[in-house]
Design a binder for this molecule. Structure first.
Ligand SMILES: [Cu+2]
Length: 341
């Protein structure tokens, strides 16, 4: 029930229907989207938030989903149908209109002093944000749906396509979102505030932990080299982008392992652009330079020239895509897959 055509299911053709049935073992902030021609269909809005609630959720006054979404509009304000092939070879199809889509499940107005849970999601096809928050004193409590054992200080959050971040905090005024990833700081939108109350006294603590597999010494290691794009060295793939000299899904998986294997994958970005590598069906630990495990997430951001090792317990049997979540890059070659079990 992973929704990847070619690999695990057929496309759902116009007029047809398909019933997805699956368990939701991990509480947290997720999202769903079309995985077919996704650079086009997601950019037209075929996505949504998918929230799995905790059994014992922390007490908050508002639980708010905020999706940062950009779209390319033409001069008449319509979706720009003109596809510029150059977008596929560079940083992707970056929109000229950026919005924070805010959904407050309680439907109530936020007061100064209210405690908020913000579920930040980046469903944009290619745009990376560095999200700053004004008007909130709080902590970062989860990344890519998974609770942080130790909540982090709230500072601007790098949010690459597909990534999520949960923040819990108390409103001190209108909550304003801005993006400082590019050269200019962009205003993304705000949550209005009206009235006030005594702020909650309870400290902000870690979310209840999800069940997590225990990693062993890696039974398998692999290297994944990100190649291609404008101005980079040539590779042997047939598309603009390639992973280990192959563009698009290879006939054989990049990695095949027995269920339960711990794998360490070293990802090296040899291109002139950043990427965000997303693994289906699993979360993984980002390892730091010393090999220490960092956050447990499902999408990892790599700047130009950067290398990151990830450690993953392959406990979910099936065929799983591993691809750049900048969907223009995925469309032009930056995708592979693994097989578990
Ligand atoms: Cu990419």
């Amino acid at each position: 029930m992973d929704g990847v055509n070619v690999l695990t299911q057929d496309v759902v053709i116009p007029g047809d229907s398909y019933r997805y049935q699956f368990g939701v073992p991990d509480a947290g902030t997720y999202w769903y989207h079309s995985h077919y021609l996704s650079y086009d269909q997601v950019s037209r809005g075929l996505f949504g938030a998918f929230i799995v609630e905790e059994q014992n959720a922390p007490a908050v006054d508002h639980d708010i989903v905020v999706q940062f979404f950009d779209v390319l509009l033409d001069q008449s304000g319509q979706y720009d149908e003109a596809f510029n092939p150059a977008h596929f070879a560079t940083e992707g199809r970056i929109g000229n209109t950026v919005t924070a889509l805010v959904f407050n499940g309680t439907g109530k107005t936020v007061k100064r002093g209210d405690r908020l849970r913000l579920r930040l999601i980046n469903p944009s096809i290619d745009r990376v944000y560095r999200v700053g928050l004004d008007g909130l004193i709080g902590k970062i409590v989860a990344l890519d749906g998974m609770p942080l054992a130790h909540p982090r200080t709230l500072e601007p959050i790098l949010l690459a396509p597909g990534q999520r971040c949960d923040v819990i905090g108390d409103a001190t005024g209108p909550i304003r979102f801005d993006d400082s990833f590019g050269e200019q700081t962009l205003s993304l939108g705000e949550i209005a505030v009206s009235g006030s109350r005594e702020p909650a006294k309870a400290p902000i603590t870690a979310l209840p932990a999800n069940r997590m597999p225990a990693p062993k010494d890696p039974g398998q290691t692999a290297e994944l080299v990100l190649q291609g794009g404008a101005g980079s060295a040539s590779h042997n793939g047939t598309g603009t982008w390639a992973l280990n000299d192959v563009s698009g899904l290879p006939r054989r998986p990049f990695l095949s392992a027995a269920q339960g294997t711990t794998a360490r994958i070293s990802i090296r970005n040899e291109t002139g652009f950043p990427h965000v590598m997303h693994l289906h069906g699993h979360h993984f630990w980002e390892l730091d330079a010393a090999g220490e495990a960092g956050p447990y997430r499902d999408s990892t951001y790599l700047d130009t020239g950067e290398t990151r090792d990830i450690l993953v317990v392959l406990d979910n049997p099936g065929s799983w895509m591993l691809h750049c979540h900048m969907l223009s890059h995925q469309a032009d070659g930056m995708a592979t897959w693994i097989r578990v079990g």
